[in-house]
Design a protein around this ligand. Structure first.
Ligand SMILES: Nc1nc2c(c(=O)[nH]1)N[C@H]1C(S)=C(S)[C@@H](COP(=O)(O)O)O[C@H]1N2
Ligand SMILES: [Mo]
Length: 320
């Protein structure tokens, strides 16, 4: 997203090749404090790794096909090693650094225009919702795309738990602030913390999802553990990761990317192949792992579910 390095989104595919499983395993072994000898015991390691996350047994959620099951699914290895998570760095290969993020205990603060502000731990939240799995398209504004199975629950379930006032018009979500681990947060040129939001009717739409898992497992840290937004009809930057704050307001929030470059990134950010980014076309996209570009679809292929949200908003910049 390329403020400092205008051509970063054009990285040749050779530079975006994912790390091998071998490296992945090594990082895990190191993280767990075992020596090289343990590499011979992957099954045992996997077992220990699972028990390390108290929510591991909840995954995968039960598959919900109502919004389609797009294909082909992106390889797990690619989706978990090619990431945008600027808190850890501005290139795509932050997955190793992101392992330093501690996701337990994890508390989400609920406030703003609600009946009563409160805090809730991630495992208490997971106990209050019904997890399901949805296979969604993801379209980054930089023109790469993927299709992945998220586990999680509708944003609507979160809203209902939060009990916003009837006068609330937007839900705003923010990422953790932790410059000691999220090193890029020391760069004060960025309007940290990463902030995103939805209008209330968007948040209540069936498609709007809070993902807590990916590929049938708890959310990898690099993908936004322990919970992140997924609004698949919008450009990927709406999908704020590692959420610690949920607020309700009657004023349109200023989002992270708007704060950085409001001429290029807006609040609505709905996918539209006919509306170019000021610096590049949005007509096509490159699925991760593919050499071929494919046409991009209006609302990223979800028009039948969401187009109605915008019929009375024609005056807004809906597609940036
Ligand atoms: N906190 C935070 N959330 C974020 C980002 C980020 O840099 N920081 N990048 C966004 C962008 S641009 C995209 S495309 C997606 C990428 O999600 P993925 O790494 O799981 O594919 O996360 C979004 N959420
Ligand atoms: Mo993105």
């Amino acid at each position: 997203m390329l403020i400092k390095r205008a051509k970063g989104w054009e990285l040749p595919e050779s530079k975006t090749t994912p790390e091998s499983h071998y490296l992945n395993r090594r990082a895990m072994v190191r993280a767990m404090g075992f020596g090289a000898a343990s590499i011979a015991l992957p099954a045992q390691l996997m077992a220990q790794d699972k028990s390390a996350d108290p929510s591991a047994g909840l995954y995968p959620g039960r598959r919900n096909d109502r919004y389609g099951v797009p294909t082909p699914m992106t390889a797990e290895k690619l989706a978990t090693t090619y990431n945008n998570f600027y808190e850890f760095g501005t290139d795509k290969s932050i997955w190793r650094d992101a392992q330093k993020l501690e996701v337990r205990p994890w508390t989400i603060k609920v406030g703003g225009m609600v009946e009563k502000p409160f805090e809730i731990g991630i495992d208490d939240l997971l106990a209050k919702v019904q997890l399901e799995e949805r296979v969604y398209r993801h379209r980054c504004v930089e023109t790469w795309s993927m299709i992945v199975p998220w586990s999680g629950f509708p944003v609507r379930s979160l809203v209902e738990l939060c009990k916003p006032l009837g006068s609330a018009k937007f839900i705003v979500m923010k990422t953790l602030s932790k410059p000691s681990v999220m090193r890029e947060q020391r760069d004060l040129l960025y309007p940290w913390p990463y902030t995103e939001g939805l209008a209330m009717d968007e948040a209540m739409n069936d498609l709007a999802f809070i993902a807590t898992g990916l590929y049938g497992k708890p959310m990898p840290k690099q993908n936004g553990a322990p919970l992140r937004l997924v609004a698949p009809w919008k450009y990927g930057f709406k999908n704020v990761k590692s959420i610690v704050s949920v607020e309700f307001t009657d004023k349109k929030p200023k989002t992270f990317w708007e704060g950085l470059q409001s001429s290029e990134y807006g609040f609505w950010a709905n996918v539209n192949p006919e509306v170019a980014h000021p610096r590049w076309s949005q007509a096509t996209e490159k699925p991760l792992g593919s050499d071929q570009r494919i046409p991009t679809l209006l609302y990223n292929g979800y028009a039948e579910f969401v187009a109605g949200l915008y019929t009375d908003r024609k005056a807004e910049k809906l597609f940036m």
